[in-house]
Design a protein around this ligand. Structure first.
Ligand code: KG4
Ligand code: ZN
Length: 356
């Protein structure tokens, strides 16, 4: 890996406008500007609002990343930009900016798959050796990836409908807890009895590592409705028991499917996670049990690098520079961009954008 190259990363595929400057594995700066307040009234990310905000904020965020790194544009050796998958308006904004900078500065540009950025993060933070297993689990993604090189990913399974974070957010809304749903459900579940409601563990009876969270969400809704019919509303204890039951079901599914993914992987150096849902302590405990049973380390990068950021995009390009040529001005922004082109595309499109 070339540790002397200074690379500017740009990420704008969902609802975070981000830029970062890396020199090798050293993060000189990483700026992430969220859009939560812009979408708050709509119960989800509105693609048009996201695209406009990215177009307005990207150059300022890039300037801030350069300033915080103590660099100016002349110090940048290459540009890395998320080329997909994601909400197309935002991805186009990033790709157009990268093309403009690449042409004006006469430096190479690399279009990076957003999922490759997440999947390679354990190498940035912990220098994990290939091959390893990555569980990507966030508001928009859920898949098991066998990672054996900067451009070599095998998808072992993934959700066939909602991503877990999306399900946490929807269930929180259904039982009257604030957004983002994951942290509120986790907090509320601490006072709850996970066994009070018998919620399903979808697809555990089906072989392989594919998952489904949409039916679990509906089952939680039914359980809620039954309580409402009986009592006319939900008490705090009902909310806590529903939260605990739902969280336990997600954790059980992820743990069981993860142990299957470890077996399907063959020899691996580590079990890694990325994505906002990886912050959940019950889910983490389940995954750590799997890694202990397999005798491999459990690696969870710090949350700021687990969730969407541009440092991971710059880092992916730094690794990929050794295996491929830069992209040209024909680089296209892609709403769908599977990492593993040999496996069948996943179904559905999540609240946070297209899945891959
Ligand atoms: O990776 P992320 O920040 O953004 C994208 O999805 O791109 O993940 C956000 C998701 C949200 O759906 C949020 O509810 C969920 O991660 N989340 C959690 C927790 N913290 C965040 N889910 C469960 N437990 C948590 N503690
Ligand atoms: Zn992401």
């Amino acid at each position: 890996m070339n540790n002397d190259l200074t690379v500017l990363g740009i990420e704008s595929s969902c609802d975070d406008t981000a830029a970062a400057v890396l020199r090798g594995r050293t993060i000189l700066s990483s700026v992430v500007l969220g859009q939560t307040s812009l979408h708050a009234d709509f119960g989800g990310v509105v693609p048009e609002i996201a695209a406009r905000a990215h177009a307005e904020k990207l150059d300022g965020v890039v300037r801030q990343a350069l300033a915080e790194a103590g660099s100016n544009v002349g110090d940048i050796d290459a540009i890395a930009v998320t080329a997909g998958p994601g909400l197309i308006g935002g991805v186009v904004s990033g790709v157009m900016l990268a093309k403009g900078m690449s042409a004006a500065l006469d430096i190479p540009m690399y279009g990076v798959n957003h999922l490759a950025g997440h999947a390679l993060t354990p190498r940035l933070t912990d220098n994990v050796e290939y091959p390893y297993l990555m569980l990507l689990v966030s508001g928009g993604h859920c898949q098991f990836l066998h990672v054996s090189g900067p451009d070599t990913f095998r998808r072992l399974g993934g959700t066939i409908d909602d991503a877990p974070g999306e399900a946490f957010d929807k269930v929180a809304r259904l039982i009257g807890l604030p957004q983002p749903g994951g942290p509120s459900i986790e907090r509320c579940a601490m006072r709850g009895d996970a066994k009070r409601f018998a919620l399903p563990r979808p697809l555990l009876d089906r072989e392989g590592c594919d998952m489904s969270f949409s039916g679990l969400k509906t089952a939680t809704l039914r359980a809620r409705d039954k309580v409402i019919v009986q009592k006319g509303g939900l008490t705090e204890q009902d909310q806590a028991d529903l939260s605990a039951g739902f969280q336990a079901a997600v954790a059980d599914v992820l743990q069981e499917k993860c142990s299957r993914a470890v077996i399907a992987s063959g020899p691996i150096t580590a079990l890694c996670v990325a994505g906002g849902v990886a912050a959940n302590q019950t889910i983490r405990a389940g995954l750590e049990t799997v890694s202990q049973a397999a005798g491999i380390p459990f690696i969870a990068p710090p949350l700021a690098l687990c969730t969407d950021n541009a440092a991971m995009i710059a880092y992916a390009a730094i690794e990929q520079m050794q295996t491929r040529a830069p992209d040209g001005m024909d680089l296209s922004a892609r709403p769908r961009m599977p990492l593993d082109t040999d496996s069948i595309a996943m179904l559905g499109s999540g609240k946070k954008g297209a899945k891959a």
